[in-house]
Design a protein around this ligand. Structure first.
Ligand code: ZN
Length: 336
């Protein structure tokens, strides 16, 4: 449970009061008795800030406060806040590079880093919430989009959302077969549908994440592959409830939570807006971008305009209060 700040691996107080709780060097990964000494300071080049250095008494490697931060080795840490906000506000990478006067590659690298970080943040936050008791009813559906070419390279994005709170538990991206007719003499498309594989992967992860929780039901549409995939992932822990895809898409519809999430996703991520130039060129980048949005949606964005103190994550008990964007991208969570 997160109290005043996210209790995540590597969560630290920064600057002068900071004391490292472990050695970041891989050689010391399993060391039990961690001892360090202060080891001078250096001036951070990007903003002139003084940074404390430390030295591990076991492996003699030195490191600093920066080693534990998300902006470790970044030359432009000041762009993280505007970049994160732009990634969830339907701004394209190209437009962002023009607005912030940055190279497009800088933005692309930050998207990759932030996406991986946000996924790790979400997984760590879910793991630290001991009682995800609100997961009694889940909804799953697949969002269709594409990479590079709408007819040749369609994609599917199955996502699982907690009904009531709209907490996004997980998603996956997989290829779909081309929507074009096969040329004469070609027995099958080389690009095959990965829909079942993607659904199986997301359900397996959701089942693992909710291991100790008594889950009630999972609402889906009537796609024929779902019952087997759900049974494989959850066994008897969960009942499937189906809704006709033709049912009215109002807030009475049991799939409303996931339909609304998809609508918001399409409104927040430039590459998912229909019929525009910002579409994904590569599925892998869609995954990174979507994780940034998912983490922001779960932990930062208030659920409703009426109550700024309630986010999807506070409702399910994953954190105790809404986070500000920079709290989410403060501690370093990726260590390769
Ligand atoms: Zn060490």
């Amino acid at each position: 449970m997160v109290e005043d700040r996210p209790a995540l691996p590597g969560a630290h107080t920064y600057m002068t009061r900071f004391t490292p709780d472990r050695c970041p060097h891989p050689a010391c990964e399993h060391a039990v008795n961690f001892q360090f000494q202060r080891f001078g300071r250096y001036e951070r080049k990007c903003d002139g800030r003084e940074v404390q250095r430390f030295r591990c008494k076991t492996c003699r490697h030195s490191f600093s406060i920066q080693t534990f931060r998300f902006d470790y080795r970044q030359r432009k840490p000041h762009i993280n806040h505007p970049v994160l906000n732009a990634f969830v506000s339907k701004c394209t990478q190209r437009q962002l590079s023009r607005t912030l006067l940055l190279n497009r590659k800088t933005i692309a690298r930050r998207l990759e880093q932030m996406g991986r970080h946000c996924e790790a943040f979400h997984r760590a936050a879910m793991a630290t919430a001991p009682s995800l008791v609100h997961f009694h009813s889940l909804a799953m559906d697949e969002l269709e989009t594409f990479e590079a070419n709408r007819l040749q390279r369609p994609l599917t994005m199955p996502m699982v959302v907690v009904r009531g709170s709209y907490f996004i538990v997980d998603f996956e991206v997989g290829a779909l077969a081309p929507r074009t007719k096969r040329p004469a003499g070609v027995p099958r498309h080389t690009r095959r549908s990965e829909s079942s594989k993607a659904v199986a992967a997301v359900l397996a992860r959701v089942a693992r994440a909710l291991q100790a929780t008594a889950v009630g039901e999972l609402v889906t549409d009537k796609k024929k592959t779902y019952p087997t995939l759900i049974r494989c992932a959850f066994g008897r822990r969960l009942q499937q409830r189906t809704v006709s895809a033709k049912a009215e898409r109002s807030n009475e519809n049991p799939l409303f939570a996931v339909n609304l999430t998809f609508a918001m996703l399409r409104d927040g991520i430039s590459r998912l807006v229909r019929r525009n130039w910002a579409h994904s060129k590569l599925a892998a980048r869609l995954v990174r971008h979507a994780w940034i949005w998912v983490a922001w949606r779960n932990y930062v964005r208030p659920r409703t305009v009426r109550d700024p103190n309630e986010t999807a994550a506070t409702m399910v008990g994953a954190v105790s209060r809404p986070l500000i964007p920079m709290e989410m991208i403060r501690d370093r969570l990726i260590w390769d």
